[in-house]
Design a protein around this ligand. Sequence first.
Ligand code: NAD
Length: 362
Amino acid sequence: MKTYEITLIPGDGIGPELTEATRRVLEATGINFHWDIVHAGTDAMVEYGTPLPSNVLVSIRKNKVALKGPITTPVGSGFRSVNVALRKELGLYCCLRPCKSYNGTPTLYKDIDLTIVRENMEDLYAGIEYEKDSPNAQKLISFLEGLGAGIRHDSGISIKPISEYGSQRIVKFAFEYARSNKRKKVTAVHKANIMKFSDGLFLATAREVAKSYPEIDFEDRIVDNMSMQLVKKPQQFDVIVCPNLYGDILSDLCAGLVGGLGVAPGANIGDGIALFEPTHGSAPKYKGMNKANPMAMMLSGVMMLRYINEHNAADRLETAIASVIADGSSITYDLKPENEQGSAVGTSHVATAIIAKMNKAN
Ligand code: NAD
């Protein structure tokens, strides 16, 4: 039987506990994995003097598939985001975030099954920023003043590049995803009425790409209206394609619609390379408490199984997770109503319950 070489990055905060629980359920599917365990994040910073040691990139480039726990990004100071660096270094231009309602999750909504396709490398995440009062900020402000732009000298500046190439690539990905997953509609999200040359370019490119996929419906929505529509009637959406920032925000909104970050998986995909990780962050306040929900990372593992064409194992694991949620007796605090918090179980208990469900179904 084949053994898959997978890079495993436990991350920091709640990451290592979730990673261990996820590794257990993935192994229980019967698929053989050889885990190449490498460290990034705050703990790696202490040990290696950098939050992203070079062996992490070497391992992912070699194995082409990685599973990763969340990693803390200090706000305002400290190192830049390891998550953003990984996406850039590895060319992971697409962030795929399915949001699906499972019976038993704490939500007002039913029957949501949508997927966010987020551009992962451009937009305000390109990392082009100039600090207030820095010589480069002053130079840029003077240059912009020369073009007639009214801009205060005490401004910090973040630049939002959106290219035709990047837009084409992500919208094509969304349509190809829709086609191969028998989806019916793609919705492009933007604010082209205000940002005519960045979001406007994204929208014009999306309209052009859509013409090559006549069997799939295409529509566009302005991001503020989209947020309201998602809250009012999320079932009307299928595949949603967005520039980076809107994709980031809408992924959390959609995670909320289906029961929270504890059940929101994700994948970062490039050409022939993929890194799977939950949408949520490292929730540092729960570090080491065996409290956080491992299901988002496990569902990211389900996506990974599908990516390596182990569809049967993916279906069995997803069915077992859904069954544990529906059953309700082995779920973490975030899936429990306020008055039942006392009966919530811990991270490792959830893994044990899912493995038991899989074994019973065999
Ligand atoms: P967060 O996702 O860590 O937490 C938001 C809220 O959701 C908190 O109340 C948290 O306790 C809860 N939560 C998150 N995951 C949970 C889980 N699995 N089970 C139960 N509850 C869960 O977001 P944050 O607090 O804004 O960010 C914390 C750190 O994580 C920051 O440094 C941020 O930069 C980083 N982050 C990393 C990634 C990543 O590694 N891909 C993604 C997002 C945020």
